[in-house]
Design a protein around this ligand. Sequence first.
Ligand SMILES: NC(=O)c1ccc[n+]([C@@H]2O[C@H](COP(=O)([O-])OP(=O)(O)OC[C@H]3O[C@@H](n4cnc5c(N)ncnc54)[C@H](OP(=O)(O)O)[C@@H]3O)[C@@H](O)[C@H]2O)c1
Length: 351
Amino acid sequence: MPSAAPLPTTSRQWRAIQTGDVKLRDILLSEQALPPLGSTDVLIRVRAVSLNHTEKLVSEGNFPGSSLDVVPCSDLAGDIIALGQDVSSFKTGDRVSAGRLLGFVEGTLGDTTFRNTGTGIYIDGVLSEYKVLPAESVVTVPDHLTYEEACTLSCVAITAYNALLGGPKHVEKGDTVLVLGSGNLSLFAAQFATTMGADVIFTSSSDEKIAQLKDLGYEKFVNWKTTPEWDKEVHKLTNGRGVSHIIENGGMGTLGKSISAISMGGWIHVVGFLAENTTDVDLTYQAIMKTCIIRGVFVGPTTMFQEMNDFISERQLRPVLDKVFDFDQVPQAYAYLSSSERLGKIVIRIP
Ligand SMILES: NC(=O)c1ccc[n+]([C@@H]2O[C@H](COP(=O)([O-])OP(=O)(O)OC[C@H]3O[C@@H](n4cnc5c(N)ncnc54)[C@H](OP(=O)(O)O)[C@@H]3O)[C@@H](O)[C@H]2O)c1
């Protein structure tokens, strides 16, 4: 019988390191010893990793409390190559991923756990050839997705799923969902909403991206740059009713207009803070008069991640990819993350 290949003991990995006085981090390649495999851990050969807006914030030193020396990224896809002695839920060869907050396995988030378990922010993430992770935080990925596609789900996809299908009010046929901007969280939310039979309206600052979104099959848009009163346009597009759900990526800079655009009793899922805060209006009165529900959403637990992957499999959904880079092109991938032209996920393939 041929003997099994020896397991790796080291891994090449990229690190985001603050080397000088400026808060901007250097993205540097290094090789480090792998930690020992605990009895409840799995060892993953990472095949692909994707970047999020969070990686931009961490690399620019703008994510509050992020580590000054960290392996970035949370979103991975790879193969399990070794199991801790107490792991029975997986086998070697399983194609897997893991969520952004390792301690967030089920139910609701503990109030401080995320501080210690946010991969690529507070603790080492996954931009590495091999990664040891606790089995309880690992999920299997949909069979129909390539590694490059499957590595896009750990952060923005689960947040979009939690907003529209993981909370107390699920999106359904007849709903209209407004997504702010054409970023990746919006793209996943739009896909989930469409597959449930809901109508989708995108805001975007770019007519070129609107053209790309049309190619993806979407039909309703407002350019939020050229139409500053985009909330009024949303009312026109919904015959004055307003929308039933909003994916609120902007934060205080857009929340007032979102409350204006929501229908009576609608759901505003607050997920991001991309827009500059220019509000000096008291939003309380507006929220009361709309009887709307403003719900903060912070990724989702491992159990919900697995549920989402099953949903993606059932419906044969595919993430939108923009560009795929090789492992030695990570600095170029980070530079591209700042490009305003990108639409879809930026992926790093690991040989
Ligand atoms: N709550 C959570 O657990 C969670 C998880 C993941 C991400 N997030 C947050 O969610 C947000 C979106 O993340 P992402 O990865 O999808 O970002 P992304 O892919 O970088 O999306 C950026 C897009 O957002 C749009 N945008 C920027 N400023 C805007 C504004 N003032 N008004 C409306 N749209 C604006 C732009 O779309 P156009 O170019 O089309 O205008 C931009 O291209 C970020 O704030 C991120 O930190 C939260």
